[in-house]
Design a binder for this molecule. Structure first.
Ligand SMILES: CC/C=C/CC(=O)SCCNC(=O)CCNC(=O)[C@H](O)C(C)(C)COP(=O)(O)OP(=O)(O)OC[C@H]1O[C@@H](n2cnc3c(N)ncnc32)[C@H](O)[C@@H]1OP(=O)(O)O
Length: 720
């Protein structure tokens, strides 16, 4: 775990714990033994700490977090490194994060290669750097920088870290050779001035202003997260208390955070996100045994809002894009909008003018689908209409080369239906982007009964390359995201006719932690989208939905969203939806009397006596149908594991990560309680099938003791 060797008068402690040199018990022990040995050995005059493999160290071993601490504590190991009279040099490459950076800060010197990054990402796990990081960073760099780094968790590139004073030198060439040279140059020099515990905090005279400004920023940007606030308090204590007292304060705050439910949720999120990348198909094909099709050229069909966003994603990472539209006017408009989005990125310093020009030079706009003959991958992004999509895929089948992967950006239509229009259903796969496609990180990749493993591997790989978080799901109507979200919309509309108003529902859900409530989400995505989907489904079933419709598919149906649509209130884009906005495309949602009156009139027409709806009821009626549907999705194997559902909710619907996602949240509330409430609503609302409790939920709720989330799937086939 830590290899000890000497090179002349230098002892080298090489951390060797693949893949990322986490500071597991054996590593801490190895470092502890190594530094003691080096100090004892009179022939050793300097020490180097270095990482083997791809990185210096990714920090403490997160898998050890919920186990009792064994072996030497990181702070004790660090103290030994600092107290050594022989200079200790940290030689950094890859990432030097969390406990890894704490170890480096205990060393007397830090050198790094230019590509290295340092940072304290603990805050993203709901904790703070608990091995003196909050006390030592503001002693090596300015307290404002320390507050920013520790409260955001951002990685800092080596050149910036040098500027901040965190690094002493950036080296070129072989890191170990350079570290040996550096160690020789400091051999024999007194280490006292390099012991950070003896240094004053930098910028302590500006502490109050810096702290207040940082706290304002944290409250604005990380609303609801506990850890950033506590991180700031810990750094503040570095400036207010002597070093050893500061350490005690840090420890108290660390213990508080470590035992919080937010920390448990964020730790779960860390592993869930990585687990989602390890996809597997029922056939056994998986990320580990399937190679993607090499993609060098791409096509996008549809230059509307979604097509534009998808094209931007591809262009940004250097894929040439053939952009196809049905007529020149729409095509020109689409290209113009893409250019505008890039210009905006340049204005916001997210890209250079040169990069923008390069991206734009990679688009080939055309109204001729034949141009797609040689692309490796094509993404269809036209509006949600089965016949239209099938027609496009029929054409693609004829035009595209046999190896091409044919993707559809449908948000609801089963991939089986779209693929059936082709003679190569194995090449057809869903790539469900979320609007705005160039901003939202989620990519819900969808396989059909015929999709080949290679097509799946290709879109999962594409997702990674364009910077998305990809989750693989099996096809069904609405997939995971919209299938779960759909019930929220239904239930919200029903609560509106029973007595709630859009602003009440949104406030309750925003107070719960959602970044925006469901009514604002509807305005953002477009009231017409839901309308189109509902009416398309009805049409497929030979039903016409009208203002008189009370039941559809045997379910209670609320016509309020349809009435809103008929008034042309399509959401933000028209400046009016469930709210009024300052202008079409505006962002400031204002309560609109026209909507209030529409809702009240609707209730009266329905003969419903409006009533006050409690916060608890709103929260449960928004969340629990989605959770119930989540369990059905697991039962049916549409999602392979609960973690995948939660990942979809963080990135697709901004579900607060510190609550872990709807499935994790359900596990925290207690499945028996969730089940009981769903049964209660089922009794009260028998005409809404989303309240029929899922069988898997019933089985888990009746288990003699709470079943850990990692074992839920083992109940899906059980006969209990
Ligand atoms: C006193 C206690 C103090 C604690 C302070 C801390 O140090 S807390 C930990 C702080 N560190 C982090 O939060 C870093 C987390 N890791 C990362 O950000 C990234 O993994 C990385 C280091 C930037 C590398 O990213 P990359 O994309 O290259 O790889 P993966 O993320 O896929 O990781 C590879 C596998 O390694 C596992 N892993 C990563 N970090 C840790 C860790 N600190 N502890 C345990 N395991 C870790 C990760 O789960 C991957 O494993 P899989 O089995 O493949 O999922």
């Amino acid at each position: 775990m830590v290899d000890y060797r000497t090179q002349g008068q230098i002892a080298i402690l090489e951390v060797n714990n693949p893949p990322v040199n986490a500071l597991s018990i054996h590593v801490r022990k190895g470092l502890d033994d190594g530094i003691s040995r080096a100090v004892r050995d009179p022939s050793v005059k300097a020490v180097i700490v270095i990482g083997k493999g791809r990185t210096f160290s990714s920090g403490a071993d997160i898998k050890e977090f919920n186990k009792p601490q064994e072996g030497p504590r990181l702070t004790m190991v660090g103290k030994k490194l600092e107290e050594s009279d022989k200079p200790v040099v940290a030689a950094i490459h890859g990432t030097c994060l969390g406990g890894g950076l704490e170890i480096a800060l205990f060393c007397h010197y830090r050198i790094a290669v230019k590509s290295a990054r340092v940072g304290f990402p603990e805050v993203l796990l709901g904790i703070l750097p608990g091995a003196a990081g909050t006390q030592r960073l503001p002693r090596v760099t300015d307290v404002a920088v320390a507050m920013e780094m520790i409260s955001t968790g951002k990685h800092v590139p080596a050149p910036k870290a040098l500027e901040y004073g965190i690094l002493d030198k950036i080296v070129q060439g072989d890191l170990l050779e350079e570290a040996v040279k550096f160690a020789k140059s400091v051999m024999g020099k007194p280490v006292q001035p390099c012991r950070l515990s003896d240094q004053p905090v930098k910028g302590a005279d500006r502490l109050v202003q810096v702290f207040d400004a940082a706290m304002r920023q944290v409250k604005q940007r990380q609303r609801g997260f506990m850890a950033p606030v506590v991180c700031l308090k810990a750094v503040r204590s570095a400036a207010e208390l002597p070093y050893n007292e500061g350490l005690l304060r840090e420890n108290t705050l660390f213990t508080e955070l470590m035992s919080s439910s937010q920390c448990a949720a964020l730790r779960y999120a860390f592993f869930a996100e990585r687990a989602a990348q390890r996809w597997q198909l029922p056939s056994g094909a998986s990320a580990a045994n399937t190679k993607p099709v090499p993609v060098k050229s791409t096509g996008v069909i549809g230059a509307g809002t979604m097509g534009q966003g998808i094209a931007i994603c591809l262009l940004r990472v250097d894929y040439p894009v053939i952009l196809v539209e049905q007529n020149q006017k729409l095509l020109d408009k689409g290209v113009e909008m893409i250019q505008l989005a890039f210009k905006d990125a340049v204005r916001r310093k997210l890209m250079t003018e040169d990069a923008m020009r390069h991206c734009m030079s990679n688009i080939s706009p055309t109204v001729d689908m034949q141009q797609l003959a040689n692309v490796d991958l094509v993404i269809e992004a036209v509006y949600e209409n089965v016949a239209l999509k099938q027609d496009i895929f029929r054409k693609l089948d004829v035009i595209c080369k046999p190896s091409a992967v044919l993707c559809t950006n449908t948000s609801t239509i089963s991939i089986d239906i779209i693929a059936s229009a082709t003679k190569r259903p194995g090449s057809v796969v869903g790539t469900h982007f979320f609007a705005p496609a160039h901003i939202m990180r989620l990519l819900e990749n969808v396989y059909s009964k015929d999709t080949s493993a290679q097509a799946v591997a290709t879109v999962m790989d594409l997702g990674k390359k364009i910077g998305k978080v990809s989750v693989l799901v099996k096809t069904c109507h609405g997939f995971v995201a919209n299938r779960m979200f759909h019930h929220q919309g239904q239930e919200a509309a029903l609560m509106l006719e029973e007595g709630a108003l859009p602003e009440h529902i949104d406030k309750v859900m925003e107070d719960f932690g959602m970044s925006i409530g469901p009514m604002k989400v509807s305005d953002l995505s477009g009231v017409d989208i839901g309308w189109r989907i509902r009416h398309e489904v009805a049409k497929m079933e030979g039903v016409e939905l009208t203002s008189q419709t009370r039941f559809f598919r045997g379910e209670r149906y609320c016509t309020l969203p349809d009435k809103l649509y008929e008034l042309g209130r399509l959401g933000r884009k028209t400046g009016k939806g469930w709210y009024r906005y300052e202008k079409p495309g505006g962002r400031v949602a204002m309560v609109d009397d026209e909507v209030t009156n529409l809702i009240k009139k609707h209730s009266a027409e329905m003969g419903i006596e409006r009533r006050g709806i409690s916060t608890q009821e709103i929260q449960e009626r928004i969340l629990y149908p989605a959770i119930n549907e989540g369990f059905r999705i697991l039962e049916e194997g549409v999602a392979a594991k609960p973690e995948d559902i939660d990942v979809i909710w963080w990135y697709g619907f901004s579900f607060p990560r510190y609550m872990g996602g709807p499935m994790f949240h359900a596990s925290q509330v207690g499945l028996s309680k969730v089940y009981e409430r769903i049964c209660y609503y089922h009794q009260n609302f028998p005409y809404s099938s989303h309240w029929v409790p899922s069988d898997l939920l019933r089985k888990l709720a009746s288990a003699p003791s709470p079943v850990p989330i990692s074992q839920w799937m083992s109940y899906s086939q059980s006969k209990l």
